[in-house]
Design a protein around this ligand. Structure first.
Ligand code: ATP
Length: 199
């Protein structure tokens, strides 16, 4: 099964684009959504996060998001440690999910691929890019956040030009009217690529 990574900075439109791939019957796995679910359901993750952050990491059985967000925002070491706990579990969960799919390829949406040098986990990579000011406005309209927080996340991510250079396909998402067309073209190219590489 061909695994296509779909990546991009905060607010670039990854999930919006992933849903368009789904409309072409391509299975999509949204790593961030699955990670959030696993943090509430996996006993192993819960134990390790409590060991890292203390009992306050969970309120009853739910991850205490504001508490964790605050810790991570103020100390990047916490973010790295949390990722080291959660990412392998999401990776294992993705493998199980992949075995159940029956499709020429799947899309795995993940915010960070190049920053963690994980390109080798994908057969092809699509980067979605958009102007920073548009991304900022979109995230602020979607989330309860502040410009400072969104900009801090953006500045921790690789810039769009570098990402585009390392990708097989690039979607420019400044304007919603062209998004579906771009996704369709990439979908067709991926199907062609798969056909050509199996002849
Ligand atoms: P994150 O990295 O924060 O998870 P994302 O890359 O998955 O974000 P989306 O959630 O798809 O991005 O998009 C961010 C917001 O911008 C959403 O509210 C979405 O509806 C909106 N959006 C996406 N693309 C466009 C566009 N071309 N024009 C206007 N709004 C858009």
């Amino acid at each position: 099964m061909i695994v296509v990574g779909l990546t991009g900075g905060i607010g670039s439109g990854k999930t919006t684009a992933a849903k368009l791939f789904r409309s072409f019957n391509i299975p999509i796995y949204i790593a961030d959504v699955e990670a959030k679910l696993l943090m509430n359901t996996s006993k192993g993750i819960k134990q390790e996060l409590i060991a890292l952050f203390g009992e306050e990491a969970y309120l009853k059985d739910e991850l205490n998001r504001p508490f964790i967000a605050d810790k991570i925002f103020n100390d990047k070491v916490y973010l790295d440690k949390m990722n080291a706990i959660v990412h392998p579990k999401v990776g294992a969960h993705f493998k199980q999910w992949l075995e159940r799919q029956n499709s020429p390829y799947v899309i795995k949406e993940v915010a960070i691929i190049f920053e963690h040098e994980q390109q080798s986990q994908y057969d092809l990579i699509i980067s979605i890019i958009a102007d920073k000011d548009k991304r900022l406005q979109r995230v602020l309209a979607r989330d309860k956040s502040t410009p400072e927080k969104v900009l801090a996340i953006m500045n921790n991510q690789m810039n769009d030009i570098e990402k585009a250079k390392l990708s097989d396909f690039v979607i420019v998402n400044n304007d919603k009217s062209t998004l579906e067309y771009q996704v369709r073209k990439i979908h067709e190219s991926i199907l062609k690529h798969i056909k050509n590489s199996t002849i």
